[in-house]
Design a protein around this ligand. Structure first.
Ligand code: AMP
Length: 399
């Protein structure tokens, strides 16, 4: 795959050079405090390496969706402060509302080798998400070489992820992207078998491409979450008021046939945890896959949990994207918890969590460290698993 042969920061000369580094500092903030530091931790190895090599490190990132305006609540100032603490070294914050302004130019001109500057939120500029040359050139004018380490936005062609690099001498990926590509890439391209994919979450329509692609590769495909009910309906079961996409029933049938033709074991719920409303009500359980009138499936049932956990235990490579139920409701978090725990307990298997809600769930449950890899990019890892080329990676130099 063309994305797996890219230059890394170790392949380029960074010493004494001004290096523009696109990071993923899109962190959750509550009243100016960062509530989840996973993405900051993910960025540290690259920043530390560049400091050690005596590069002049110019960091940039987006935060939230300011839609081309300077929104003070989406300033990267709290990130500069926290990064300074984490690195034990000052990260100078260039507080320009237009990102590349006098503050940024001044801060960069004062840099010594090994210094770090953080630019303001790149999405303060409306050109950013359109990958317009004006802003790309401004960003590039600050530096000599480009490093992309923002896996979370690698599926987007923006000025800071693609455009700016085009006007610099060299383009390489950082350690985080390298790690993401290694684990996601190995899992998909060269998995130790049995290879099991677990897909959940709300909608079939979000996962169409990934179901189709994974059926070419896996030994087992486990389906849970809201998307399972479209499959159950396609099998002829009663699903009550569960989430369903009528227009995807035919597709679900096709996928069931494809699984059969490819010899892939497709696991669907054989019982359900249900409620009479979309609320954290008492957990009731069905005897089989059928759901009575007036009830909706909000989690996989106990027999299904046993079956899915058994399949997980027998696997050597597992990729998971999307919760097994409405895990935000305590009474319907059991399925998601059981799958997470079964994966965390495995000692001789490769376990990869494909970002988004499942990564958040695994981290909240404290299982993050027990997985081989927890991806920092929900959308990006899904597109990777769909077999798509990610523009932020394609744009980097080949080795
Ligand atoms: P996604 O972003 O596609 O991974 O979907 C995650 C969301 O799907 C979570 O917020 C879950 O609450 C929701 N979800 C999971 N299972 C169900 C279900 N059975 N019914 C409705 N929503 C669900």
């Amino acid at each position: 795959m063309s994305m797996l042969n890219k230059k890394t920061i170790e392949d380029i000369n960074v010493s004494g050079k001004k290096v523009l580094v696109r990071c993923d500092f899109n962190v959750p903030l509550k009243e100016g405090v960062i509530t989840d530091e996973n993405r900051l931790n993910g960025a540290l190895p690259t920043i530390k390496y560049l400091i050690e090599k005596g590069a002049r490190v110019i960091l940039c990132s987006h935060l939230g969706k300011p839609k081309g305006e300077a929104k003070p609540e989406l300033s990267l100032a709290p990130v500069a402060k926290r990064l300074s603490e984490m690195l034990g070294k000052e990260v100078v914050f260039a507080a320009d509302d237009n990102v590349v302004g006098e503050n940024a130019k001044d801060a960069v001109s004062k840099m010594n080798d090994g210094d770090v500057v953080l630019l303001q939120n790149t999405r303060y500029r409306k050109e950013e998400t359109k990958n317009e040359e004006t802003f790309s050139k401004e960003l590039a004018s600050l530096a000599e070489v480009f490093v992309n380490d923002a896996f979370g936005t690698a599926h987007r062609a923006h000025c800071s992820t693609v455009g700016a690099g085009e006007f610099l001498q060299e383009r390489a990926c950082g350690y985080l992207i390298q790690k993401e590509l290694k684990f996601l890439g190995e899992a998909v391209e060269n998995p130790v078998r049995p290879f099991t994919a677990i897909l959940g979450g709300a909608k079939v329509s979000d996962k169409i491409a990934v179901i189709n692609e994974l059926l070419e590769k896996v030994d087992n495909l486990i389906i849970g979450g809201g998307m399972a009910y479209t499959f159950l309906k396609a099998q002829g079961y009663e699903i009550g008021t569960s989430l369903v996409e009528e227009e995807k029933i035919e597709y679900a049938k096709e996928m069931m046939e494809k699984a059969k033709a490819k010899g892939v074991k497709l696991l669907l719920p054989i019982d359900n945890a249900i409620s009479n409303a979309f609320a954290d009500n008492e957990r009731q359980v069905t005897n089989d896959a059928n759901i009575p009138e007036g009830f909706m499936g909000l989690d996989i049932g106990p027999k299904t949990i046993d079956e899915y956990v058994k399949a997980v235990k027998e696997s050597k490579t597992i990729v998971w994207n999307g919760p097994m139920g409405v895990f935000e409701f305590k009474n319907f978090s059991e399925g998601t918890l059981a799958v997470a725990k079964a994966m965390a307990d495995l000692t001789d298997a490769t376990t990869v969590i494909g970002g988004g809600d499942s990564a958040a769930a695994v981290n909240i449950l404290g299982f993050g460290d027990k997985m081989t890899h927890v991806s920092t990019g929900g959308g990006a890892s899904l597109e990777f698993l769909e077999g798509k080329e990610l523009p932020g990676i394609v744009a980097l130099d080949n080795k």
